[in-house]
Ligand binder design. Sequence first.
Ligand SMILES: *Cc1c(COP(=O)(O)O)cnc(C)c1O
Length: 328
Amino acid sequence: MDTHLSRYPLMWGETPLHRLHGLERVTGLKECWVKRDDLTGIAFGGNKVRKLEYLLGDALAKGCDTVITGGSPQSNHARLTAACARRAGLEPWLCFAGKHMGIQQGNLLLDHILGAEMKTTGVYGSKPLLEEMEKWAEVARQKGKKPYVVPVGGSTPIGDYGYKRAWDVLLDQLAQSGAHPESIVLAVGSGGTLAGLLAGKVLHPAPIKLIGISVWLKADELIPEVVRMANDLLAFLGSDRRLSAAEVHVEDAYIGKKYGVPSDAGNEAIRLLARSEGLFVDPIYTGKALAGLLDLFHCGKIGSRVLFWHTGGTPALFTHAHSFTREG
Ligand SMILES: *Cc1c(COP(=O)(O)O)cnc(C)c1O
């Protein structure tokens, strides 16, 4: 099934799929693969680039000249939206949740260098934030601009289509590399990435379990959202197939204290991967997801052939330097 969607190319070809022999040696995993979506090719990479190829394609097709999005001041999504907007010749406007910008490092530092228009809104939660973005879009229109609003995480059917397509690409890469993972583990925030992959799996089934490690919401809140997003995407693509909640596997035991706060297990996973592979994950998303993968394996809840989908986020390491400099 193909679409009428316009894609604005932002990636330099596909991201690598490779084996993690060093991590296998220290963990006892038999086969551990990584899909390197931290290498999506622009501004330190990350999963949002796949969504932005279609979102910005849509913005350009609609003749827009400004992109408005939001998140926390350390949002990877905001940083990548700003960078991709710059590449596409669009003006980035970023709306940040809360009252204060906080530490001028990591993603926020990059937003400054990108020259994004930025403001804090005082509100929290993706819905009130979306309302603030809509209000800001009205201001932009009054100034004669043509704004395109991207919701938090870029999770719309158009954005999530990027991960439906990534599922198809992955199946090809698995066949080419002779990889046979039993499960794929990835970090889940707003849920669009997992929803896109699950929609891909509904359309092109394969005997691989997709396991989302939540870094934000409890499973009972997240699962209905993922089902809704996957089904919105399937409907948008003209398919009459639908995903059920029973087909969504989400773990919410690895959030730690709360979203945006590093966890001990996540930081331990960051060190382990760096010291066995020379590869970095981040304290807010991918470190927690890797900690979840390792714990699920050690508890026998997943088998020993896994694929870790690295979704990026590494600039956040620099905002949590104190977590890593105290020990040896
Ligand atoms: C946004 C993000 C995710 C989660 O993606 P969603 O589609 O919002 O679930 C995972 N990892 C990183 C590094 C991210 O920036």
